[in-house]
Structures are given as C-alpha cells and as structure tokens.
Design a protein around this ligand. Structure first.
Ligand code: SF4
Ligand code: SF4
Length: 194
C-alpha cells in the first residue's frame, strides 16, 4: 500500500503511513504483527514509567502506521535494551530490536525530539569506541557541555564521587582494537543494508 492517510482521533487529525509497519518489521526482524496487547512487556519494563508511551503502545501505534508519533516519542530513546520484554513476551517479540530500528529511522528522518537523550547515546558510544569502556566523569562532562545543562544533577554527581563511582583517571581495556573492529563491522553491515 502506498501514500499517507489521515485519521481522526477525537479532535486530533493523525497522519498515518500504511507502509510503516512493514518497514519496521523488515528493519527490526521482529514479528511485530503477532502482538496481541497482553502488556506483559510494559509491566516488566524497568523504565516504562518514564516513557511517553509504553512498549506495547509503541507496537500498537506502529500497526496503525503512526510513523511521526512513534519516531518523535521519547520511549524509543529511553529503552535500555535490557531484554526483559523479550523474555516476557509470549510471542517472542524482542522490543529492544524494534526500538533499535526506530532510533535509526528517527535519526535518518531527522524526527528525533529527544535531542538530549540522543546526544547521550552518541557520546556514550564514542566513549566505548575510544576506550573500550565508559569513563563516567568524561561522559558526564561531555554530555553537560553538549546539552548546556551544566548545573543539573550536581548533588547526584557529588554523591557518586564520594562513593568512588566517578574515578578521575580514565581506564581503558586491553583489547580496544577488538571493540573498534566491532564498531567498524557494524557500520559496514549497516551501509551494506541500505
Ligand atoms: S508482551 Fe508481546 S504480545 Fe504482549 S503486548 Fe508486549 S509485545 Fe505484545
Ligand atoms: S528492552 Fe527496552 S522496552 Fe524492553 S523492557 Fe527493556 S527497557 Fe523496556
């Protein structure tokens, strides 16, 4: 099916893309059409109470073709890929894979509204690529400079420092090259899949 449609939801008019569901299925490799909204994913998700839409709601909106609404949601950036939902789902749907695909689509379509969260993801990955692991103090400093939120969470940072959770000297791992190679291989396979 081609082209976009509009549907009415209360007083709101929503744009739908009838190809969206098939696109997400293909990019995530997950049988999202099997979801029957039992909500076992949402009840087990450790971050669903911070999300604008729960994981099962994201799947329902995908099936309705609500592309813009899904790709602008904060939920897709807050998923921590813990896999709890995948283990709980009676239909074997791994939502972390779906969320991965949605993040890529949001970035490619320049639709992400969760700019700070997206920045955090990018800086986190840059750190892992550079050192093979994250140096928390560097991660926080880079994120705060990028987001402009210089003075938020200072209390939390101080508490972490006092408990030795924010070491000042960065430490890498032995096989940094192996980690860099993983990044390179994933970039090549992504470019090959375009
Ligand atoms: S647990 Fe699986 S079937 Fe149930 S709502 Fe979540 S994704 Fe859908
Ligand atoms: S993988 Fe993501 S959506 Fe699923 S339970 Fe974990 S945080 Fe929630």
């Amino acid at each position: 099916m081609k082209g976009k449609m509009k549907i009415l939801a209360g007083t709101e008019t929503l744009q739908t893309d009838p190809n969206f569901s098939a696109e997400v299925r293909e990019k995530s490799g997950q049988p999202i059409e099997l979801c029957y909204q039992c909500q076992k994913c949402a009840t087990g998700c450790p971050v669903s109470h911070h999300m604008d839409y729960h994981p099962n709601q994201i799947l329902r909106m995908i099936s309705f073709g609500l592309k813009d609404r899904v790709l602008t949601s904060s939920a897709i950036w807050l998923c921590s890929a813990c896999e709890t939902c995948g283990v709980r789902c009676p239909n074997g749907i791994r939502i972390s894979e779906v969320m991965d695909a949605l993040r890529v689509m949001a970035t490619e379509n320049n639709l992400s509204r969760a700019k700070h969260t997206e920045s955090f993801h990018r800086i986190f990955l840059q750190e892992v690529r550079a050192r093979g692991r994250v140096h928390e103090a560097t991660l926080m400093a880079k994120y705060k400079l990028k987001s402009g939120q210089l003075f938020t969470d200072l209390d939390l940072g101080l508490q972490m420092f006092k408990k030795g959770k924010l070491p000042l000297i960065p430490r890498g791992i032995k096989n940094k090259k192996e980690v860099r190679d993983i990044f390179t291989r994933s970039e090549i396979s992504r470019e090959g899949g375009k």
